[in-house]
Design a protein around this ligand. Sequence first.
Ligand SMILES: Cc1cc2nc3c(=O)[nH]c(=O)nc-3n(C[C@H](O)[C@H](O)[C@H](O)COP(=O)(O)OP(=O)(O)OC[C@H]3O[C@@H](n4cnc5c(N)ncnc54)[C@H](O)[C@@H]3O)c2cc1C
Length: 215
Amino acid sequence: RSPLICGMFPALADAAHTIGAVQTRNLGTLGGNLVTGVPSMDSGPTLIALDAQVTVAGAAGRRQIPLAEFFVGPRKTILKPNELLVEIVIPKRNLGKPAHFLKSGLRKGQALALVNAAASLWVDWDKHVFVAPRIALGAVAPTVIRILRAEAYLEGRPITPEAMTEAGRIAAGEAKPISDFRASAGYRRDLIAVLTRRALENAYAQAQATRNQET
Ligand SMILES: Cc1cc2nc3c(=O)[nH]c(=O)nc-3n(C[C@H](O)[C@H](O)[C@H](O)COP(=O)(O)OP(=O)(O)OC[C@H]3O[C@@H](n4cnc5c(N)ncnc54)[C@H](O)[C@@H]3O)c2cc1C
């Protein structure tokens, strides 16, 4: 509900809004959600897509690391027993970066993600190409993951529907979803392709809207 977060990082507010129910959200913290290390967490992908860093503090001092390197396995992070996550830092350069989060679950509320996806991008309007595209996915691997190959594919590429579809296809290939009682791996791969493409489309639409407001 923070006007600051809603204004600067609406995708993060959207992601937080999909977590559990009102009661869960009233009590839960962003830090706690990250520290659980659950692969389907809804806060991780957007924060990773915004290049968030986390500050970890313990008796030995403080260190800052990219959030993408904080997760090491299902429910496992790099935190040592005597350490706390004390800060989540989104770099200033990403203030207002167009970003979008999407989640697919079996229900609208109180549902863990079958797949969730976040994308962010800047646009070079002179060349109409992607700049610093980021794609992060949850519930499709042992940890929340960044799809570096799709990001590299998009970087500097003209912005077209085909490019976004291809990024989704690459993401589906890079992920390692499992089959369980909620969905098959194949269904999850289909979701990855669609959600990745849509997250990119929506981030781009946001970039266009911001540009229209400014010109
Ligand atoms: C009914 C229900 C539905 C849910 N639905 C979703 C959902 O849809 N999406 C989703 O992502 N999550 C969901 N969750 C998970 C839940 O929302 C998160 O796990 C919660 O946000 C954790 O945050 P917390 O502040 O409550 O942490 P806690 O539960 O208090 O702590 C979790 C763990 O992290 C440790 N910890 C907490 N903060 C720190 C810190 N700063 N540094 C070091 N260690 C720390 C604690 O010691 C503990 O081991 C759901 C949970 C419930 C109960």
